[in-house]
Design a protein around this ligand. Structure first.
Ligand code: FAD
Length: 292
């Protein structure tokens, strides 16, 4: 099923992102966590590709498992910047053969090695190149792309970031999912600006529940997100107590999602960090809302 069928219907949706293991030795424990998330029957699940040092070789295997064993609509992520054309085309062919119709088209982060390499030798420079490759493939993919309410760290400014986002969407992207953010006003402001720029595809806000103080540092390093005082106070007060921080982090993420739903957003994507207990608690907090 194409995700646009879910995103464009009139119900609230809560989808979940999971990631493959970093090493093959942890495959079984990650598979179990993902299985527990799939058993929650989220609206759909997306499986990352090589993000944060995770291996890319299990992405498709996990995506197939989620789709065929648990009957949950699935999206496979794919990155392009560190790959040659033959490899990317082979990956696209494998995704198609696996019956996965939803692909998240990403550039991928620039590693220090890539930064040092000769850019003229790169087959792909930006996610838009992968969107074009997917559109040219002999398949009818539903394509998602990433967007950044607080501006991508490499962009000069938001106007430039939105200009390139518009080009990416116009190349054939069906919906966009946001980087994490902790202040919903940043999302509302971003939505206003992209709609003004003529970007009309659905936007799925990405919500990351922070349930450990150390996780906040890592998340900030990755995204450079603004942390509201309200959230800082919560980490200051409860960060040293694991159980309390877990409860507070779940409550904060739930509150963010309820505010988004209340303000007309229909679809929210949860960065689960492969933590079924957290995803389940949030889904349970929203049970009456999600039935609407
Ligand atoms: P792009 O769209 O190429 O944008 C990157 C930068 O280049 C931006 O500054 C943009 O403004 C600029 N730009 C875009 N097009 C052009 C152009 N034509 N000319 C000049 N500049 C341009 N990483 C993984 O490795 N695996 C994953 O599975 C993964 N999943 C993700 C899911 C989501 C929802 C998000 C938000 C990020 C994810 N990432 C993942 C991280 C992502 O790969 C990085 O954020 C990466 O730095 C940028 O990827 P992008 O697809 O947004 O790139």
């Amino acid at each position: 099923m194409k995700l646009t069928e879910i995103i464009n219907n009139n119900h609230f949706s809560l989808s979940c992102e999971v990631f493959p293991p970093k090493q093959s030795t942890s495959f079984e424990s990650v598979k179990t966590a993902i299985e527990l998330i799939a058993r929650m029957h989220p609206s759909f699940m997306s499986v990352t590709y090589g993000a944060g040092g995770g291996t890319s070789k299990y992405t498709l295997e996990i995506a197939k498992d989620v789709k065929y064993r648990f009957n949950v609509p699935t999206m496979a992520h794919l990155t392009c910047v560190s790959s040659d054309r033959d490899t990317v085309r082979e990956r696209i062919h494998e995704i198609k053969e696996a019956g996965i119709v939803n692909v998240m088209a990403l550039r991928g982060d620039l590693t220090p090695e890539l930064e040092k390499s000769d850019r003229s030798s790169w087959a792909y420079h930006h996610a838009i190149d992968l969107v074009r490759e997917l559109k040219e493939a002999d398949a009818d993919f539903c394509i998602g792309c990433a967007c950044y309410p607080e501006v991508h760290p490499e962009s000069k400014n938001q106007a430039e970031d939105i200009k390139y986002l518009k080009e990416k969407v116009d190349a054939g992207c069906d919906f966009i999912t946001t980087q994490m953010f902790f202040d919903n006003n940043l999302l509302y402001n971003f939505l206003y600006k992209i709609r003004e720029a003529g970007i009309t595809v659905p936007v799925l806000p990405g919500i990351m529940p922070i349930t450990k103080a150390v996780q906040l540092e890592r998340a900030l390093k990755l995204s450079g997100s603004f942390i509201p005082q309200r959230f800082k106070a919560l980490v200051d007060r409860f960060g040293v107590d694991d159980a309390a921080m877990m409860q507070a982090g779940i409550a904060y993420a739930t509150d963010q999602i309820i505010d988004l739903y209340a303000n007309g957003i229909k679809n929210v994507h949860l960065y689960t960090m492969n933590k079924p207990e957290i995803a389940r608690a949030i889904q349970s907090n929203l049970s009456s809302i999600l039935g609407k």
